[in-house]
Design a protein around this ligand. Structure first.
Ligand code: AMP
Ligand code: MG
Length: 315
């Protein structure tokens, strides 16, 4: 249990928030849409803690918040379409899905292992101040327990997450009170992925043909059963490896090739998950076999097992 500090939206409060974030902490901050639960988007462990605090049952991709348009190139490729949308609507309640920058600094947990990343520049002065003071990308989903209503006051945040996060900055009530609109801006025309605080009419008024998402896109990439699978065959709940298998341990697993966490720590395992999938894939090769030691179905273990089941799903 972490005692959750209530910070004021003044220079001291912002400096404390930035310090906590740099130390890998979780800070809820007001944005114009809803309160966001922010963590350093480059820090695997900090991002894992977001999922832990929210009790999310799966690793869905998170929105990355940046302080300015000229910072986008550090994490993503700004397509001509995205640049046009950004100039019209940023800062503001519009999220753009862009091609991920290869070799960029983001934790793979932020993108759930996808090759795209969702980015937003919030307009709220407190969120802007935190981003400026922190100086890097912040992953920030809504600051509520999974499945509960999005928080639009600091009180709502505390009601849901007190004791589970390091701090909340009290910036009063959020003015939009709705999540951001999400557009896929990887191609030539925007595709509406989620309705939100930027109306579709305003986007259409730019003269861009706004496409509704198709059947194929309705199943978000992260929800496909076999999404993000290593090339080889994957076996779960393996108490020991069979001959020829790469064995990925959890907790004490003598002789394991890799480990999600030697000490059986679920937060560490979540932080390592996508790295371990990559490493196991490289070790096993295209026709190899990978076995994962059992991971308990509690807390973050549920999201870890959800992802492992997708990796093991028949293709
Ligand atoms: P939340 O963080 O709770 O506001 O939710 C973020 C939303 O953005 C979810 O609906 C995600 O599915 C969506 N999202 C984030 N990243 C991506 C991405 N790379 N591609 C498609 N959708 C995304
Ligand atoms: Mg939410």
């Amino acid at each position: 249990m972490t005692p959750t500090r209530l910070l004021q939206p003044d220079p001291d409060g912002i400096a404390d928030a930035a310090r906590l974030l740099r130390a890998g902490g979780l800070v809820a901050m007001p944005t114009e849409t809803v309160y966001g639960l922010a963590a350093d988007a480059r820090d695997d462990r900090a991002v894992a803690r977001i999922f832990e605090a929210k009790g999310r049952p799966r690793f869905n991709p998170l929105i990355v918040h940046l302080p300015a348009l000229d910072r986008v190139a550090e994490v993503a490729r700004l397509t001509p379409l995205a640049e046009r949308l950004a100039r019209a609507f940023w800062p503001g309640p519009l999220t753009l899905v862009l091609p991920l920058r290869e070799g960029g600094p983001l934790s793979p947990l932020v993108t759930a292992g996808l090759e795209t990343v969702a980015i937003r520049l919030p307009a709220h002065p407190v969120a802007q101040a935190v981003l400026q003071a922190f100086g890097g990308p912040l992953a920030a989903p809504s600051a509520n327990p999974s499945g509960r209503i999005s928080p639009v006051t600091a009180r709502h945040v505390l009601d849901g997450l007190s004791g589970r996060i390091d701090a909340v900055i009290d910036g009063g009530a959020c003015v939009v009170g709705l999540e951001s609109t999400i557009l896929d801006a990887t191609g030539d025309a925007p595709v509406l992925l989620r309705e939100g605080g930027t109306p579709a009419e305003a986007i259409a008024a730019l003269g861009l043909p706004l496409r509704q998402r198709t059947e194929a896109a309705i199943t978000a990439p992260g929800q496909l059963a076999s999404h993000y699978a290593p090339r080889g065959r994957v076996r779960l709940n393996a108490a020991a490896p069979e001959t020829g298998e790469i064995w990925v341990g959890f907790g004490p697993c003598p002789g394991a090739d890799l480990s999600l966490s030697d000490t059986g720590d679920l937060t560490e395992a979540a932080a390592r998950l996508f790295h371990a999938l990559h490493e196991a894939d490289a070790l096993a090769g295209p026709d190899g076999r990978i076995a994962f030691a059992p991971v308990p179905e509690t807390g973050l273990g549920r999201a870890i097992n959800d992802r492992l089941r997708r990796a093991a799903a028949p293709r």
